[in-house]
Design a protein around this ligand. Structure first.
Ligand code: NA7
Length: 535
């Protein structure tokens, strides 16, 4: 299968989500013979696998869109500020059809190994079913949140009811009407699914270990005027987004909370709270992620809203997060705290009384309390950022595996390449802003940078590129130092690999913001791909 359309394969792309799709388009546009493979039976990546009730993206639809094609922008009409998952998947399908991607996408192909062959200067990539490909270039578009994390609670196999992970929700759905439902996990997925199921399940028990900060979405239907404004003003809006740290059309905030009087702080926070959305809210002040005092003012504002909303004071207190806001992913919701005022929803604090075991009939807590359940939902997250890459047996020069190379945590150059692994690129890899940005913008930037690199190499008659160890070491140090200047490293988050047993606890994304990062990548190119060895 090395010759799609009768040509020798230049590029194999692993993943056909938003990153893989654009990479395929770009590679074809640049004249490379490219093929994308995906383990799933449909394109769309995370938006295909995740289909639990209530799922929406936390980035607004008009921004969670490709920017490279005016046609796509003008022909696709988002219905809501935060549209539901089926609409985001429909958008992915629309783009795939529009760009005629499917003819070079092979689905139901789970890649299990990728080995570099120095003699041929090609990768040998193999699927679970035994298919293999030998591309010159290997593009890992495997997503940052694509390998579900299962809790290390014993007894999962004993459970007689319906057990489901939010990241692998059955296409046929899960019947909750009249059922007793338990939910483990209160990150973005847990918050969304709990809100959607409250009132539908006979009884919903939310097992919470760590409370999340969640900000009202203030979702609304988009009007023709909204869409028209966005299209007409796209150049200015786009230019603006490119100046902000997350590549989001909000901010940048001009002041620290400490530079304004308390009444002004309160007024600014109320305004952002009423506008809705997590990025807007946490971006009220310019130092929320750097200054503990400023952060506490914002965190305390949210705690006050929780205490006002939730009638039972004990439940309200349990729902109040006590860490710094925005050091773990902030959720976006529509009525989450309100569900705890319902008689058919209960909050179970499993930080003080952990789930000891899952039983045939439900769960048993350490205190001995047992709870019978018909349905148990795991909203327990992902092996973030490195999980999908390390799930594949990737071996570079001299047979060294990526697992060995990353034993102390991920090491990349610019989040794009790994020393010892020639001709391999990671789209939104660890060490890039990826999950700290509007990921569509990070994807586009990476795909375009990689495409430019391949075109430049081709023009020079070269066929091999590899990150140099020294450059990588300097970049990793930069990623660490940048994180240390923030409050991020104070939280046990998936950014840090927390709660994955044995996973090194290092802060994985680059926290210096997209503009700084894009400039660093541009600078490397301007200096002739400084830090890369070409051959
Ligand atoms: P997250 O944000 O990683 O949330 C996972 C949740 O599951 C979190 O509340 C965890 O608590 C909880 N969890 C995990 N294991 C356990 C056990 N054993 N017992 C109790 N609770 C547990 O995943 P999401 O899917 O919600 O969101 C991932 C990202 O997708 C999100 O940030 C958006 O960017 C999109 P913990 O905090 O570890 O105490």
């Amino acid at each position: 299968i090395t010759k799609p359309n009768g040509r020798e394969l230049d590029v194999l792309i692993v993943g056909a989500g938003f990153a893989g799709m654009y990479m395929l388009h770009k590679m074809r546009e640049c004249g490379f013979a490219a093929l994308a493979v995906d383990a799933a039976s449909e394109i769309g990546g995370t938006w295909y696998h995740n289909r639990y009730p209530g799922l929406r993206c936390d980035v607004e639809s008009l921004e969670y869109s490709y920017t490279f094609s005016p046609e796509i922008r003008n022909e696709w009409n988002w219905s809501e500020r935060y549209p539901p998952q089926p609409e985001i998947l429909a958008y992915a399908r629309f783009v795939a059809d529009k760009l005629d991607l499917r003819r070079d996408v092979q689905l139901n192909r789970r890649i299990v190994s990728a080995h570099w062959n120095e003699a041929s200067r090609r990768w040998t990539v193999t699927s679970e079913a035994g298919q293999s490909w030998t591309p010159r270039w290997l593009m890992m578009a495997t997503g940052c949140l694509s390998v579900p994390r299962f809790p290390n609670i014993p007894g999962v196999e004993l459970f007689d009811g319906t057990l489901v992970h939010t990241a692998a929700w059955p296409e046929a759905g899960v019947e909750v009407g009249g059922k007793t439902v338990g939910l483990i996990g209160t990150g973005s997925s847990g918050v969304q699914v709990a809100t959607a199921l409250a009132g539908r399940a006979r009884q919903l028990s939310v097992f919470q270990r760590t409370p999340a900060y969640t900000i009202p979405a203030r979702n609304r239907v988009l009007t023709d005027d909204d869409r028209r404004y966005f299209r007409e003003h796209f150049p200015e809006l786009d230019a603006w987004a490119r100046t902000t740290s997350g590549g989001i059309m909000t901010g940048p905030a001009k002041v620290s909370a400490l530079e304004v009087a308390p009444e002004e702080q309160e007024a600014m926070l109320w305004k952002a709270w009423e506008q809705g959305g997590s990025f807007r809210f946490t971006g009220t002040f310019n130092d929320v992620r750097r200054n503990a005092e400023s952060n506490t003012i914002v965190s305390e504002f949210v705690r006050k809203r929780i205490r006002e909303t939730v009638k039972d004071p004990r439940t309200a207190e349990l729902l109040c997060p006590h860490d710094y806001i925005a050091t773990r992913r902030v959720c976006v919701d529509t009525g989450y705290y309100e569900i705890f005022n319902r008689d058919d929803v209960s909050l179970v604090d499993v930080s003080s009384d952990p789930i000891e075991t899952i039983t045939k009939r439900g769960v048993r807590l350490a205190s001995g309390v047992e709870q019978d359940l018909d349905v148990l939902i795991l909203a327990t997250g992902y092996d973030a950022m490195t999980g999908a890459l390390l799930a594949i047996d990737i071996r570079g020069e001299n047979g060294v595996s990526l697992k060995e190379a990353w034993a102390e945590g991920p090491k990349t150059y610019l989040g794009l390449a790994v020393a010892g692994f020639p001709n391999l690129f990671t789209v939104t890899g660890p060490g890039s802003p990826s999950v700290l940005s509007n990921v569509l913008r990070s994807i586009e930037h990476h795909v375009e940078w990689i495409a430019d690199c391949l075109v430049a190499l081709r023009a020079e008659g070269r066929e091999r590129i590899e990150a140099e160890v020294d450059a990588q070491t300097r970049w990793v140090a930069n990623v660490n130092e940048t994180a240390e200047k923030t409050l991020f490293t104070k939280a046990a988050s998936w950014y840090m690999g927390a709660d994955i047993p044995g996973k090194p606890k290092v802060f994985m994304p680059f926290a210096g913001g997209l503009p700084t990062y894009v400039a660093a990548c541009r600078d490397v190119v301007a200096r002739g791909y400084d830090g890369f060895a070409k051959a």
